[in-house]
Design a protein around this ligand. Structure first.
Ligand code: HAM
Length: 393
């Protein structure tokens, strides 16, 4: 899965970014002081030098921190595969250590970047064979529309008074947007009648959002507009999205999400720089693959398997030469019997077995056996690498 992701994002010009597993605590506080992730779920501790350190709960803040520190040329397009840590109550699809595949683009606020990012995520799921995956799309507005919306929302929620659940009243005091995410039945009606951001977007934010939708449609990517979609992190502006897997239970069916975070770089002390990306959890993707029954059979690990029943030195040289020639090759170790090595070649899914016994060693040949048809031929040692290369082409 990781290899396929790497292949697809590399094709689109993203480079691998490897960030540290821990950062200064303050780096993550920027993702939202009022969020559960920062308030309740961070693994933070003091190191021997008295620094406050946190294990990464997510992948975006470390990328932005690295951007601010190193100032690469923009647009800066990176991908990552990284463990993330959240102190949550573990259950199916929710773990204290999970692993995210993700991409981030810094330095462009072109709506086409939003489309590129969402399209890559959508294509990745499709390439795994997933079919019951739904894209939920929203705009959380820009610096102009957001305060206006928050004012309206706060007024609506405050007017509900004690009809709102005590937990949501608490959330309202720190972060009114998060109230929209409440699943409590007591809040359902109040949330359903709440004003929506997309009704009060500034002209610029509305035009951007329209262009994103048109771009997705032009690529044949379907989406549901979800004006009440808010995500668990505070840095989002404008386009926000989440992919829901219908084959999973609804509590943990978000297999990946992301959006724009056009203010985060400046908040971290860098120059104002637009940003967008997504993260997707591999554990949830695997659960979805199981639920949809689409996990593809493993492909052949190697093309050739060298069987040396003399002393191992032929296998040592031949595997090295074949790998240098770009042929995926493996061999057995520990001086095993011919029968045991043949079994291993089968298990490795190899197409060809290259056999060197006493006779071949004396003659300067290799027996090349096609493991599919069981046909075999004798090839001179000097020609065998080229012969194998041509055969597997
Ligand atoms: P997030 O929605 O918090 O976004 O996490 C992304 C994905 O990671 C989720 O959709 C889910 O698949 C997986 N995930 C999160 N928490 C857990 C957990 N406890 N156990 C298993 N899987 C989990 C972010 O983290 C943002 N950094 C995404 C982003 C990138 N936004 C912009 N760029």
């Amino acid at each position: 899965m990781v290899a396929r992701f790497a292949e697809q994002v590399t094709l689109a010009g993203y480079g691998l970014h490897i960030a540290p597993i821990f950062e200064h605590y303050e780096v993550f506080v920027r993702v939202g002081e009022a969020t559960d992730i920062v308030r309740k779920e961070m693994y933070d501790f003091e190191d021997k030098g008295g620094r406050r350190i946190a294990l990464r709960p997510e992948g975006t803040a470390p990328v932005v921190r690295a951007f601010v520190e190193h100032r690469p040329i923009t647009p800066w397009k990176v991908w990552y595969f990284a463990p993330s840590f959240r102190y949550e109550a573990p259950q199916a699809g929710r773990y204290r250590q999970h692993h995210q595949l993700g991409i981030e683009v810094l330095g462009s606020d072109d709506a086409d970047v939003d489309v590129e990012v969402i399209a890559l995520q959508s294509k990745f799921y499709a390439s795994l064979g997933l079919r019951q995956v739904r894209l939920k799309l929203n705009s959380l507005g820009d610096a102009e529309s957001r305060p206006r919306y928050l004012g309206l929302l706060r007024a609506h929620l405050e007017a509900a008074g004690p009809d709102l659940s005590p937990q949501s009243r608490e959330t309202l005091a720190v972060n009114p947007l998060r109230v929209l995410d409440s699943k409590r039945s007591q809040d359902a009606e109040i949330i359903a009648s709440a004003p929506v951001m997309t009704d009060v977007l500034s002209d610029a934010a509305a035009a951007h959002f329209e262009r994103v939708q048109a771009g997705l449609s032009s690529l044949g990517i379907g989406f549901d507009l979800e004006p009440r979609l808010v995500r668990g992190l505070d840095y989002y502006t404008r386009t926000t999205f989440e992919f829901a897997a219908d084959a999973l239970e609804s509590a943990q069916n978000a297999i990946g999400g992301g959006g724009r975070y056009d203010s985060l770089t400046a908040q971290m002390g860098g120059p104002p720089t637009a940003g967008i990306g997504f993260g997707t959890g591999i554990e949830r993707i695997l659960l979805t693959c199981d639920a949809e029954g689409v996990l593809p059979a493993p492909t052949a690990a190697v093309d050739a398997f060298v069987i040396d029943v003399v002393d191992g030195t032929h296998a040592l040289a031949l595997t090295n030469e074949l790998r240098t020639a770009g042929v995926r090759t493996d061999r057995a170790f520990d001086g095993r019997s011919m029968k045991s090595q043949m079994k291993q070649a089968d298990r490795a899914g190899a197409r060809l077995a290259l056999i060197v016994g006493e006779q071949e060693a004396a003659d300067g040949t290799v027996t090349v056996r096609d493991l599919g048809t069981s046909e075999q031929e004798s090839v001179t040692r000097a020609d065998v690498v080229e012969h194998v290369r041509k055969t597997i082409q």
